[in-house]
Write a new protein. Structure first.
Length: 202
């Protein structure tokens, strides 16, 4: 798996997740982008890594799921984090960043050794004001329609993708300055190519 500095610097935190399917799908989402650090804050009774549906959705990502940390409070989950980004679906809130802009900044801050977290609320209510206040910055995934939000695991996928792309761009810029070719993307050699999407649960 391609390893970038941002992979070791960023943790994804799900606060009070409700559905086990989203916990498993979130584990899969971050692993496809090279991330492995997942924390759950007081998950619902069913939204635990050992639940059958969580494991079914975590295709080839059981390692991320099994090592997901569980915390009783968000403050505990953030105890070793230097900078946290709260996610919101609210439009018009001041100071809210776009994921792409935040990702570029996170990659830059990785050079300084900062440990950062992306914090997402549960499927029904998102982050409450208290949890959002525990984070230093906030971001929102823009929407083209009046649909107020996207699925929790989809949001995790979008954010992980933006971070991966920003990290890869920095790596390739450094390689270009050093006279090297861009970093090859995993799976682009002559070996077997797996489909980007699948309908299996194994």
């Amino acid at each position: 798996m391609l390893s970038l500095p941002v992979h070791a610097a960023v943790t994804f935190i799900l606060v009070h997740p409700h559905y086990p399917e989203n916990v498993g799908a979130a584990a899969r989402a971050i692993k496809t982008m090279g991330f492995t650090r997942l924390r759950l804050v007081k998950p619902g009774r069913l939204a635990v890594p050992e639940h059958e549906m969580a494991r079914k959705m975590a295709v080839k990502s059981l390692d991320v799921l099994d090592f997901a940390e569980r915390h009783l409070t968000l403050d505990s989950a953030l105890s070793d984090i230097d900078l946290a980004f709260a996610t919101t679906s609210r439009r018009g809130a001041s100071g809210v960043e776009l994921p792409r802009d935040a990702a570029a900044d996170i990659v830059m801050l990785t050079r300084k050794g900062l440990r950062m977290a992306i914090v997402l609320g549960n499927e029904k209510t998102g982050l409450d004001a208290t949890h959002a206040a525990s984070c230093e910055r906030s971001l929102r995934i823009p929407m083209a329609s009046d649909q107020p939000s996207i699925n929790l695991a989809q949001a995790v996928q979008v954010l992980a993708y933006e971070l991966f792309v920003a990290g890869l761009a920095e790596r390739n810029a450094e390689r270009t300055l050093a006279g090297l070719s861009p970093e090859p993307e995993p799976g682009t050699d002559d070996g077997p190519i797996e489909p980007a999407f699948d309908s299996s649960s194994s």
